[in-house]
Write a protein that binds this ligand. Structure first.
Ligand code: IPE
Ligand code: IPE
Ligand code: MG
Length: 266
């Protein structure tokens, strides 16, 4: 065994013992991820930014299969924001091709593993080939009951909220809804995430501490984990993912209330 293999063995053994620990407690129902830092990962290596995006796709496979293995119900991945159109055309084109390639290569295995693919965002704004491939993947996997992977593509949370407000306003003006019908629950049903529980945990890689227009309404009480800036998305892996879930499991969620233990003492 050479040094490289020993290192690999140690790393994976750590991931496997973490897996046991994580599985001993309730896992989040819904995890959302801002996969950030592909460009910087590549720049650090004097590679073109696209090389970072390619490596990022490799990581995605691991994260999806781990999520499926540990019984996460929803994984929502921020793949392309409405603001990402500002990037050079060549980078946008490369990102869309990577998406198409990923779906073409992986869809059968995902389908065999009962993964359901769903898209958040405006599909009509996507290049034709990307839209077609996403549509195909959604149709093929629509009835699957395993992990649901929500891909946020051409997605922006403010626009999502505005569209919901418009639809509700229309229904009110048509007399289908009254003002009193507009509750938090009803509003959620008009968002693109209708039927999907709010994220329990959001992870962002690359040391950027912001939401960048991702799931703003849905994340009111989401636990946030930001990796430090040495960990770009292509550096993320199964072990770091399990570590984040473990950290989540050790947090106390209060939703504005007080701890159960304290409540018992009162
Ligand atoms: C995230 O990595 C991928 C997408 C936004 C599509 P970036 O491309 O944002 O990488 P950095 O943040 O510039 O390093
Ligand atoms: C957020 O990352 C979008 C995705 C990861 C798809 P960005 O890299 O676009 O975000 P900002 O511009 O740094 O806020
Ligand atoms: Mg970025």
């Amino acid at each position: 065994m050479n040094w490289k293999n020993i290192f690999k063995y140690k790393k994976s053994r750590n991931a496997e013992s973490l897996l046991e620990t994580v599985l001993a407690r309730p896992v989040p129902r819904h995890i959302s991820i801002i996969m950030d830092g592909n460009g910087r990962w590549a720049e650090k290596r004097n590679l073109p930014r696209v090389a970072g995006h390619k490596q990022g796709v490799e990581v995605l496979r691991d994260i999806i299969s781990t999520s499926s293995q540990i019984g996460i119900a929803h994984l929502t991945l921020y793949a392309f924001s409405t603001e990402n159109w500002k990037r050079p055309e060549s980078e946008v084109r490369a990102l869309m091709s990577l998406l198409v390639e990923f779906l073409q290569k992986e869809i059968n295995e995902l389908h065999n593993n009962k993964v359901k693919i769903y898209m958040l965002g405006d599909i009509n704004g996507l290049p034709q080939e990307a839209a077609r491939e996403v549509e195909k993947a959604m149709n093929l996997t629509a009835a699957n009951k395993g992990l649901q992977v929500n891909i946020a593509l051409n997605y922006g949370s403010r626009m999502e909220i505005i569209k919901a407000a418009r639809k509700i306003a229309r229904e009110v003006s048509q007399g289908k809804l009254s003002l009193d019908d507009i509750t938090e629950e009803l509003f959620s049903e008009f968002l693109e995430t209708r039927g999907i529980p709010d994220p329990d945990l959001m992870i962002r890689t690359s040391g950027e501490y912001r939401l960048s227009n991702f799931l703003l309404y849905q994340s009111a009480y989401t636990e946030l984990i930001f990796t430090d800036k040495q960990v770009f998305w292509p550096d993320f892996n199964r072990e770091r993912y399990l570590e984040a879930i473990y950290e989540y499991q050790n947090r106390k969620r209060r939703f504005g209330g007080i701890d159960d233990v304290q409540a018992g003492v009162e």
